[in-house]
Design a protein around this ligand. Structure first.
Ligand code: ZN
Ligand code: ZN
Length: 464
């Protein structure tokens, strides 16, 4: 029923595009109409609800991620997209096992822990060792091997919530590189304070990669209250002994894949607009914010453009596989499509809260295009920011000079749920989700229909 109403609502919009209006004004008017209609969108929420309910957690390379791809194909076809397909690739797969941590002495009690991606394993019965604590990654790096050897390293550091989520880059280093530093110094294992901003007993997982030549060791994250508990114990100055059991496994090479769908454009020479998010999630929650939201927002917006009539440029929606564990899907996609004329990229991968800023990466020649997008977004409370870098999935295109827009979402509460068991559908605010769809619809309408060519932007250091 809802779909019928939406389809009916789209008809008067086309009728309003009177031929007497100048083309640019006409296009702007259509973007505004589509934007305002998208503020009543239900498609994005329906995608999120379906994916998180019918599939749930979908760790990269697992059978669950494969089910998610099949689900995605069915849903994207039902929504009316063209050329819906799975593009498979192979990847190494890591899965979680048992995970337990407890203080043996001097204050025996259990702590809540989860393994970080690619963590090494303890024996089934776990390991027992003294804990050596550090306030930061830098403090661990500065420590002598003798202080660390044979011990369980603990790195604590308080990440703070910010609207732009910028603290993640700095504090996230403890997760990304801390395990390799600890292993190099001979540590038996490492546990870090979760990279997050909540105060619940939910540990935050996330990927870490072993540096070249480093022996994998067990690597986990304690929930923030548990990390603070351990810190208080260490401050009392007595040796603290922990028993840690983490039994993840490497399954070897398995198949993963990207799911691709298109809104066909009218002008094949005008290039392709590539958008999307990632279909895989961590295995602890149902991956609502990260990243059912992103695939839902981008597909819902593309559908709105499709339902309003064929755009000039083809819009290619990619639901990337295996973003969480290292961007295997994005890498495979780029390798498989070296000659595609992709002129614009954008991704959504920062939850479901409102868009507040637009970052751009355009050539000077395309400044009028950026201005028109900014104008279409301003009524949604979106201001102009700095340089767009893409994200984990489309950043490589941006770094090679492909034009991009980042619709930056409010990240104030994103790291309360990020990579935890608490990343579930109930956290989503449907009104903020609709604002995202409206922003994406307006942006896509302007970019996909722009009459000018979209040319390569100067390559900057912004993409990261
Ligand atoms: Zn993500
Ligand atoms: Zn993630």
């Amino acid at each position: 029923m809802k779909k019928l109403l939406l389809a009916a609502a789209a008809l008067p919009l086309l009728a309003l595009s009177a031929p007497s209006v100048a083309p640019a004004q006409n296009a702007s008017a259509q973007a505004e109409k589509l934007r305002d209609a998208a503020l009543k969108d239900d498609v994005a929420f329906e995608i999120m609800e379906g994916l998180t309910t019918e599939i749930g957690p979908r760790l990269a390379g697992t059978e669950a991620e494969a089910r998610a791809r099949e689900w995605a194909v069915r849903r994207l076809k039902a929504l009316g997209f063209a050329n819906v397909r799975i593009e498979p690739y192979d990847m190494p797969v890591w899965v979680r096992g048992e995970e337990r941590a407890e203080i043996v002495s001097p204050f025996p009690q259990k702590l809540v822990v989860t393994a970080l991606g690619n963590s090494g394993a303890t024996p089934p019965a776990g390991i027992q060792a003294e804990v050596v604590g550090f306030d930061s990654l830098q403090a661990l790096e500065a420590a002598s091997d003798a202080t660390v050897r044979g011990k369980i390293v603990f790195v604590s550091h308080g990440m703070t919530a910010t609207q732009d989520g910028s603290q993640y880059g700095y504090f996230g280093a403890a997760r990304r590189t801390g395990p390799s530093v600890a292993s190099r110094k001979g540590a038996a294992a490492i546990v870090i304070r979760s990279i997050g901003t909540d105060s619940h007993r939910n540990p935050h997982t996330g990927v870490q990669s072993w540096a070249q030549g480093v022996t994998p060791i067990p690597a986990g994250a304690l929930s923030i209250p548990d990390a603070e508990q351990l810190q208080r114990m260490l401050k009392r100055g007595k040796p603290v002994t922990m028993r840690l059991t983490l039994t993840p496994r490497n399954l070897g090479t398995r198949q993963s894949g990207n799911v691709v769908a298109e809104v066909r454009g009218t002008d094949a020479d005008a290039g392709i607009v590539l958008i999307g998010g990632h279909l895989d999630s961590w295995d602890l929650g149902t991956g609502a914010f990260d990243n059912a939201a992103g695939v839902a927002i981008t597909a819902a917006a593309a559908k709105r453009i499709m339902d309003a009539g064929r755009p000039r440029r083809t819009i290619r929606v990619v639901w990337f596989g295996a973003e969480e564990v290292g961007g295997n899907g994005s890498n495979a996609y780029r390798a498989a499509h070296p000659n595609d004329k992709i002129v614009f990229v954008s991704e959504s991968d920062f939850g479901a809260d409102r868009v507040w800023r637009m970052d751009t990466s355009f050539a000077e020649a395309n400044k009028p295009l950026a201005d028109r997008v900014a104008q279409a977004l301003a009524p949604l409370g979106i201001s102009r920011g700095g340089a767009a870098g893409g994200g984990a999935d489309v950043g490589a295109w941006v770094r090679s000079g492909v034009a991009a827009i980042d619709l930056q979402q409010d990240g104030t509460r994103y790291f309360d749920y990020h990579h935890t068991p608490d990343d579930t559908l109930d956290k989503v605010d449907p009104e903020q989700l609709r604002q995202n769809v409206a922003a994406w619809t307006a942006m896509l309408s302007v970019v996909a229909n722009a009459r000018e060519e979209i040319v390569k932007a100067p390559v900057t250091a912004a993409g990261q």
